[in-house]
Design a protein around this ligand. Structure first.
Ligand code: ATP
Ligand code: MG
Length: 390
């Protein structure tokens, strides 16, 4: 049965997806006194250890999604790529937040990009293609440097290729196709930013401070909140927040929206992509803001006041990828924990794989730059090596 109005502690929150984002949302929900169940295909998913019930099923299993919703007062997601039948099935038994239309739009890169540009939001020039001939044309248009991305299912830089001068359309299509692809001009980047917005079903909005992000090979390596003013003028951060607020309003998101942004060499903002779930670039908010992104997620989907998302203290995170566990070198956890303000966050994933996010470190600082330097220093102690890409 559908309900409207506030969903109060003691109620059950259902989450489609039990990865690290589901796990941290569940931990926030528990601390508010909610009960939590998740649905995930992996029986040993990270959320498993902190929830009341873990339904083990494929994301496309509409009956299982309906089962999750039947036992929940509200259903939310930690990933967008849930097949629409399962979303509709869940939505018929409990409010699904964010809504099905925001989810369907954001889970398809081609639809998302078309919507952004139709709505007047700035993004990199792109073309949507679905055969080799159109891909060859697009590679020609964006010569000599572009990104070719699968429209569905990619994350952490997977499902995409950067194509230089000699790119062979047939070969690229064989690797990424069949299906719709988005070809995007490669933007010479001055910086990458993101903005998180929480929105209640009745329309109240809270906009978090702007995050400053460093990616290597398509994977986020570290992030700092707020963006250092030495790098990003205050006015640009404000513009980024206004842009994100406007996208959240137009999409009528019920829950969280993150807008990933590029700053080009001319200092202009371009929207890279959207996410309607908690986001890696806001893990800092567990330390940096009054209300964390995970609390804001719970508050927003339960239609409660969003609270104060302003900065308490600058914080930074660095991701711990599976490569660290696969290397021969031991990890010096004990010595690292001696670094002032440091916290270790591990997701209890059993199998480390290259590029797989296993956990992160967080640290505070008097300034964003000091927080970033401190967390990277801790990372160096942990790994006993200096990574030049950081
Ligand atoms: P996520 O893990 O955020 O879901 P994803 O796999 O969807 O990532 P994108 O966000 O599209 O991938 O790209 C990952 C990173 O690759 C970007 O943050 C940026 O560093 C780089 N990148 C992607 N597209 C472009 C572009 N058009 N120009 C320059 N850099 C780009
Ligand atoms: Mg991205």
């Amino acid at each position: 049965m559908k309900r409207s109005g506030a969903i109060l502690p003691g109620a059950v929150i259902g989450i489609l997806g039990g990865g690290q984002l589901g796990r941290m949302t569940a931990m926030a929900a528990r601390s508010y006194g909610y009960r939590v169940q998740v649905l995930d295909p992996e029986p040993a998913c990270p959320a498993r250890f902190v929830v009341d019930t873990c339904i083990c099923a494929d994301f496309g299993d509409a009956r299982a999604a309906a089962g999750l919703a039947r036992g929940s007062d509200v259903v939310t997601v930690e990933i967008e790529s849930i097949p629409s039948d399962a979303l509709r099935a869940a939505d018929s038994y409990a409010p699904l937040r964010p809504g099905t239309s925001a989810l369907s739009l954001v889970s398809d890169r081609a639809l998302q990009k078309k919507w952004l540009s139709r709505s007047g939001f700035p993004c990199a020039p792109f073309q949507v293609v679905s055969d080799v001939a159109a891909l060859a044309d697009a590679l020609q248009t964006f010569f000599p440097d572009c990104f070719v991305k699968r429209s569905q299912g990619g994350y952490d830089g997977r499902g995409q290729l950067r194509c230089g001068t000699a790119a062979d359309a047939a070969q690229v299509f064989a690797e990424l196709g069949p299906g719709t692809l988005v070809v995007e001009q490669a933007i010479p980047l001055a910086a990458e930013l993101s903005v998180l917005v929480a929105r209640r079903p009745r329309g109240d909005i809270a906009v978090f401070p702007v995050a400053y992000n460093h990616h290597v090979g398509g994977i986020l390596r570290w992030s700092v909140l707020p963006a250092p003013q030495e790098e990003i003028p205050f006015r640009l951060s404000e513009q980024a927040q206004e842009l994100a607020r406007s996208i959240a309003e137009q999409l009528a998101v019920e829950g969280l929206l993150t807008v990933e942004l590029f700053v080009n060499r001319e200092g202009a903002l371009l929207v890279n992509e959207l996410a309607v779930r908690p986001h890696n670039t806001f893990h800092t908010t567990e330390r940096a803001t009054c209300v964390s992104q995970f609390e804001a997620h719970v508050r927003a989907v339960c239609d409660l006041p969003l609270g104060d998302v302003s900065l308490v203290k600058p914080a930074a995170i660095v991701n711990l990828l599976g490569d660290l566990w696969l290397a021969d070198r031991p990890l010096d956890v004990a010595q690292m924990l001696d670094v002032p303000t440091l916290r270790l966050h591990l997701y209890e994933k059993a199998k480390p794989k290259p590029g797989r996010k296993m956990g992160h470190l967080s640290a505070l600082g008097e300034t964003p730059t000091k927080a970033r330097d401190r967390v990277l220093h801790a990372y160096q102690i942990l790994t006993q090596t200096i990574d030049p890409k950081l």
